[in-house]
Write a protein that binds this ligand. Structure first.
Ligand SMILES: NC(=O)c1ccc[n+]([C@@H]2O[C@H](COP(=O)([O-])OP(=O)(O)OC[C@H]3O[C@@H](n4cnc5c(N)ncnc54)[C@H](OP(=O)(O)O)[C@@H]3O)[C@@H](O)[C@H]2O)c1
Length: 272
């Protein structure tokens, strides 16, 4: 039985993991931006007889202050955590700035995960075999950090923003492991592969197209989360674990470069 927090646990892989661990008897808190999806999660938990072990925090993680509020809410519900799963994500076809002035993909895929990882470490260090799992595109080498234009003011594109977010998420894991040598919490970077999920915030007609494509070609959420469950239940001993579907990722990949990771860490501390 575990204590878990899942950012983005109201749909897709995050919800799949939340329901799996509720079935196992764990205590699970999830967050999501949409209140209705949160209610559906809580209703499902009630049907499983797990109402007293399930909580939902409504929060838009694009906002820095909302991330800090979520940390406080999680601390009210859990004395310790055995796992934090970072999976909140949506795509932004047009460049959009957050209330704090960050490009939205960067804010959600990286800044929010940075704040939650470091902000929940105290609870994780009190946990049993604790892990942070950040679900993204680890193992992919496309895309880069635009060091002089993190906010992508010049030539914004959805793919460019998503790839930068994915590379920043990789470096978050590397820097976290560097900064927590000798502590209990391990950081797991995961690429789940193409999965039949991730369309909540997509506008029509693309949403219908993606749903049909997903049904035809993608793995089910249930399949995608199996390797993640194995990693959470039996994490390898090293501080940083990078996993692409069912295989370990070579930690010497340029996308997992320690110098870049520490450069982004210090830059992030500065801009926050
Ligand atoms: N699906 C794929 O094929 C695939 C492939 C590779 C990697 N990934 C990665 O896997 C992760 C999970 O993807 P998924 O397919 O399971 O996604 P999903 O079904 O869309 O679930 C995303 C979760 O994030 C939440 N979320 C989105 N925007 C938010 C915001 N502004 N504030 C707070 N919560 C927010 C959603 O809640 P609300 O809807 O209520 O906002 C939902 O709970 C993502 O990081 C994605 O990049 C997915």
């Amino acid at each position: 039985m575990k204590d878990l927090f899942i950012a983005g646990g109201t749909s897709g892989m995050g919800k799949g993991l939340a329901i799996h661990y509720l079935r196992q008897g764990s205590k699970v808190t999830v967050s999501g931006s949409n209140r209705l999806r949160g209610k559906e999660f809580l209703d499902e938990a009630s049907r499983l007889g797990a109402a007293d072990r399930a909580s939902f925090i409504q929060a838009d993680l694009l906002s820095l202050s909302e991330n800090h509020r979520v940390i406080l809410e999680v601390k009210k519900r859990h004395k310790s955590l055995d796992g934090v799963v970072l999976t909140a994500m949506q795509q932004f076809p047009k460049r959009k700035l957050t209330p704090d002035g960050y490009e939205s993909t960067f804010a959600l895929y990286y800044i929010s995960r940075f704040v939650l990882s470091y902000g929940l470490t105290e609870l994780l260090e009190r946990g049993n075999n604790p892990v942070i799992v950040s679900i993204g595109g680890t193992g992919m080498t496309k895309g880069e950090i635009h060091w002089d234009d993190l906010n992508l003011q010049n030539k914004y594109g959805l793919l460019k923003a998503t790839l930068q977010g994915g590379r920043a998420n990789d470096l978050l894991g590397v820097a976290y492991a560097e900064n927590h040598k000798g502590t209990k919490t391990r950081f797991i970077l995961n690429h789940p592969g193409y999965t039949h999920s991730g369309t909540n915030h997509v506008a029509q007609p693309f949403k219908s197209i993606l749903l049909v494509m997903g049904k035809l070609f993608a793995q089910t959420v249930d399949n995608s989360i199996q390797p993640i469950i194995r990693l959470i239940d039996n994490p390898p001993p090293q501080p940083l674990i990078a996993w692409d579907r069912t295989k370990a990722v070579d930690l010497s990949l340029p996308t997992l470069n320690k110098q870049d990771a520490m450069k982004l860490f210090h830059l992030t501390k500065h801009i926050l």
